[in-house]
Ligand binder design. Structure first.
Ligand SMILES: Nc1ncnc2c1ncn2[C@@H]1O[C@H](COP(=O)(O)OP(=O)(O)O)[C@@H](O)[C@H]1O
Ligand SMILES: [Mg+2]
Length: 323
């Protein structure tokens, strides 16, 4: 089979300068996915995202697309790229445009979770009109709160200073994020407790992979600095009672289903001090960098080496061929 691997542009681009760590991840992941596909007997062709993407795909004319592209100008383009893949009519790995839009915009995911009775921290949104929520709304939030970009990833814009117990500090934190990332900005109840992430893999029915705990070596948050310097110890399967693991897994699956995700996704969850899990977000295109990203590491523990992980993800696209 001929498989196009759609990837971020490699080299000195605006996106790579904004997030140098992501640039390296993209390169290493591309190499690993190409190699795995070739070992599986496929013809694997890299296709970098640029404005001619649709035409480039027509020229390559693959049987399926393996999508690892997380952005073009910014990470928000992750969904735009998938929209282009949908337009191409070629089956591709991963979720639909719609699911990516909902997953990338955490506040949309949160609205959907609220409707589906999936526990998520209380929140307010500062949207395109850039107006602060009313005092009445803000005062309904339990303190402290975290102020974070409403549609970024990799913990961009999140530092230890993003958390405050003082509502009078919130407008300043919001303004800073509006200036740096634009709207929307989320003001969210801070869940002070253990952090977990849950991978889901497969189509049409996803398998829920074992729960991983993110144990912090410094601080209590997965900030950009912590993520890029690797200051965490992942523990998988997490050292928690089986009942809690099952509860966390079932919540993760409900988020996956509520957004109608496909093939793979990773759900970030925090446990409050009183033992209740809250979903922070779903990553509809989790990183696949071997030896680094959470998803392949967790998959490995569930018995999928990198090659069989790539095969399992590709299987979804192949099943949808002609569908
Ligand atoms: N409401 C919250 N309560 C506690 N920690 C949070 C909260 N929101 C974010 N964090 C911390 O910040 C990290 C990144 O936030 P997240 O919403 O997952 O954004 P990203 O898309 O950048 O990964 C989380 O992994 C967690 O450590
Ligand atoms: Mg996250």
């Amino acid at each position: 089979m001929r498989v196009a691997v759609v990837t971020n542009q490699i080299g000195d681009t605006q996106l790579n300068r904004l997030d140098p760590h992501a640039a390296e991840q993209a390169e290493v992941t591309l190499r690993a996915v190409l190699e795995a596909l070739r070992e599986l007997g496929h013809e694997a062709i890299p296709v970098e995202v640029r404005p001619s993407l649709l035409i480039d795909l027509q020229n390559v004319a693959p049987d399926a697309i393996f999508n690892i592209a997380t952005g073009y100008r910014s990470k928000r383009d992750q969904a735009n790229i998938v929209a282009t893949l949908e337009l191409s009519g070629i089956p591709f790995t991963g979720s639909s445009f719609r699911a990516h839009v909902m997953g990338l915009h955490k506040y949309l995911t949160k609205f959907i979770m609220e409707m589906a009775d999936i526990p998520t921290p209380g929140f307010c949104v500062v949207d395109a009109n850039r107006k602060m929520p009313s005092q009445e709304r803000l005062s309904k939030l339990k303190l402290p709160v975290i102020v974070k970009p409403g549609a970024e990833g990799s913990s961009l814009g999140i530092t230890q200073d993003s958390v405050t117990g003082d509502l009078s500090k919130v407008p300043g934190l919001v303004q800073d994020l509006l200036d740096r990332f634009g709207p929307p900005v989320l003001i969210e109840e801070y869940i002070d407790g253990r952090e977990f992430t849950v991978g889901l893999l497969g189509y049409p029915e996803p398998a829920v992979l074992p729960v991983e705990e993110i144990v912090f070596k410094e601080g209590a948050m997965y900030t950009y600095a912590v993520k890029s310097r690797d200051r965490v110890t992942p523990v998988c399967p997490a050292d928690i009672p089986e009942e809690l693991a099952l509860e966390i897994q079932s919540i993760a699956k409900r988020v996956f289903e509520a957004l109608d995700c496909r093939d793979l996704a990773r759900v970030d969850i925090r446990l409050s001090r009183d033992g209740r899990p809250y979903v922070l977000e779903i990553n509809t295109l989790p990183g696949l960098m071997p030896g680094y990203s959470e998803f392949p590491r967790i998959a490995q523990i569930a018995g999928y080496d990198y090659k069989s992980l790539v095969q399992k993800i590709l299987e979804g696209a192949l099943l949808r061929r002609g569908a």
